[in-house]
Design a binder for this molecule. Structure first.
Ligand code: F0G
Length: 359
């Protein structure tokens, strides 16, 4: 299997894809050399599902999620436009990325997060980078309404994916996949929350196709968590629930664009249960050695589900599949500790240790 490498001499998303992005020589590039993440082949998973599977490991970005691709653009453009402050609502990763890139740019960052509902690693990031962190007594959807209203009335730039520069930056993920594989995959499986990322990837694939860089476009296969699946159900979910806190969203901002990505590509947006997410999360860690956060595993859970349904059964050749692993497992260590085998406490005696190991 072709194992592509993209990292050597990597200059960050804006410099690497400048000609595809709305930047000029005047744009002050705020970067931490994000992007250029590995597309890792997944031999065991491939064998298990009967497809050629690659994992785009976005957990290896500077703040350990895909958000950095969009944030380098959003913060660079905010600074170019003279903004002194940014604001976002977040289930955690956007706030971590906004906080880090704002720190780097020397501007103020305000983040609204649902109280008690974001993973510990993400909260620690927003705090240590010096953002003003407001935990609201409400969910992500409530937080998004509040930041939309505030940024509409006051000179503070919204850096949620409603900001078009976020989508522009995030489309680079699709470029990298095509650059690495030499063609577009047949299918892309990914989680869907606020639906910015599926929108961005589809934009990227379409642009590369139109510019002649890829002959084809993948089918976009998006997965929501069962308790937070407004697009699948066809109506907003008032009190979304899922252990995959990153995608615990009941009224996604890019709802229509996600449906367009699905329909134009001939793909699907479906849902997976929390149990299926946990199975995929553990499977990736144990079978492939890749530790992603629970929400990231929703796409792989979807792949498993669709394979089991016989979705690829009538294909003439083995399908090429890319799964986007949106965030690193260390973002949410509590979940790993909850679902893995608990370490045993043993006396520091050689005989007892040997017995435990089976020697
Ligand atoms: N995976 C992870 C790890 C995420 O953090 C998110 C979104 C998604 C998937 C879904 O992407 O929203 O573009 O459909 N996190 C946002 C946040 C909402 O605030 O960090 P999406």
């Amino acid at each position: 299997m072709h194992q592509p490498a993209v990292r050597a001499g990597w200059r960050g998303v804006i410099e690497e894809y400048r000609r595809f992005l709305p930047v000029s020589e005047q744009t002050p590039v705020v970067t931490m050399l994000e992007g250029g993440t590995p597309l890792i082949e997944a031999p065991r998973l491939s064998e298990r599902v009967g497809a050629k599977v690659w994992l785009k490991f976005e957990g290896l970005n500077p703040t350990c999620s895909f958000k950095d691709r969009g944030m380098t653009m959003a913060i660079s453009k905010a600074v170019e436009e003279g903004s002194k402050a940014v604001i976002c609502a977040s289930t955690g990763n956007t706030s971590a990325s906004a906080a880090a890139y704002s720190a780097r740019a020397g501007i103020k960052c305000v983040v609204l997060i649902p109280e008690g509902a974001i993973a510990l690693g993400k909260l620690s990031q927003a705090m240590i980078h010096g953002a003003q962190v407001l935990q609201i007594k409400g969910n992500f959807d409530d937080a998004l309404e509040l930041v939309k209203e505030i940024s509409g009335k006051y000179p503070i730039t919204l850096v949620n994916s409603l900001n078009p520069y976020r989508i522009e930056g995030q489309k680079s993920g699709a470029f990298e996949i095509v650059d690495a594989l030499g063609e577009a995959p047949d299918y892309q499986f990914m989680p869907v929350g606020n639906a910015g990322n599926i929108t961005a990837y589809w934009k990227g694939y379409k642009e590369y196709n139109e510019k002649g860089k890829a002959k084809t476009r993948p089918k976009m296969m998006g997965f929501q968590a069962e308790g937070s699946a407004p697009i699948v159900l066809g109506h907003p979910v008032k009190d979304p629930k899922t252990l995959a806190t990153a995608i615990k969203i009941g009224n996604p901002a890019s709802w229509k664009q996600a449906e367009a990505a699905r329909d134009e590509s001939g793909g699907v947006i479906d849902m997976v249960s929390d149990d299926e997410i946990v199975v995929a999360y553990k499977m990736l860690a144990k079978m492939e050695g890749v530790f992603c956060e629970p929400a990231s595993a929703a796409g792989v859970a979807g792949l498993k589900k669709y394979i089991e349904k016989g979705y690829f059964a009538n294909q003439s050749s083995v399908p090429k599949v890319v799964c986007i692993l949106t965030g690193h497992g260390l973002k949410d260590p509590d979940r790993a500790i909850k679902v893995a085998i608990q370490p045993k406490v043993v006396e520091a005696k050689i005989d007892l240790i040997k017995k435990e190991i089976g020697l």
